[in-house]
Write a protein that binds this ligand. Structure first.
Ligand code: PNS
Length: 168
């Protein structure tokens, strides 16, 4: 008898991906056979990196680990999850302040598709304050992000925000 593959989708903006996100991805590894890291194509939200760049960075960082793939999606998340034959949505919970927004989304997604479960994972405490917004702000202002974002992201931030080593 073969059991169904456990596929999870880890959706987000990932603008850019940081160590808190990567910690969540690592925690998915023993729980699922396949994890699709799904970058939302959101025209309303002004992003620093294009969706293609974000998918590319995540793919580069995850390397050739066969359980992970990075892709983009548009439309309703539950439709995308369903189209992959997945049953789980992964979300990271850093602190109580994340809870209200996440709880609302989880319940709305359940209302839209009761077959899909949201699974909350918590990152290591040392990443609990890290967000993509703060990463961009700190980098822009010349702060040190060592240990908070992987090298490919630092390189891209450098190219985008401090061409010629200049602060912007
Ligand atoms: O990293 P983010 O910006 O907090 O991720 C938010 C995301 C992508 C998970 C959410 O905006 C989403 O799922 N958007 C897709 C559209 C959708 O399904 N909206 C209803 C969600 S309740």
């Amino acid at each position: 008898m073969t059991s169904a593959r456990r596929i999870a989708v880890y959706p987000g903006s990932f603008d850019p991906v940081h160590e808190g996100h990567l910690d969540i991805m690592r925690r998915c590894k023993p729980l699922f056979d396949e994890v699709v890291v799904a970058v939302l194509e959101n025209e309303e939200k002004a992003a620093l990196f294009s969706v293609e760049e974000r998918v590319e960075m995540i793919s580069e960082i995850l390397g050739d680990d066969p359980i992970f793939t990075a892709r983009s999606f548009s439309g309703l998340l539950v439709d995308y999850v369903e189209s992959l034959g997945a049953r789980a949505i992964i979300r990271g919970l850093r602190a109580v302040s994340d809870f209200e927004y996440e709880f609302q989304m989880a319940l709305m997604n359940r209302r839209l598709d009761p077959n899909i479960e949201t699974v909350f994972l918590t990152p290591r405490e040392e990443y609990s304050f890290v967000s993509s917004r703060l990463v961009k702000e700190v980098f822009r202002l010349g702060g040190d992000l060592t240990g908070l974002v992987p090298q490919p992201v630092l390189d891209r931030l450098q190219e985008r925000l401090r061409p010629n080593g200049a602060k912007v």
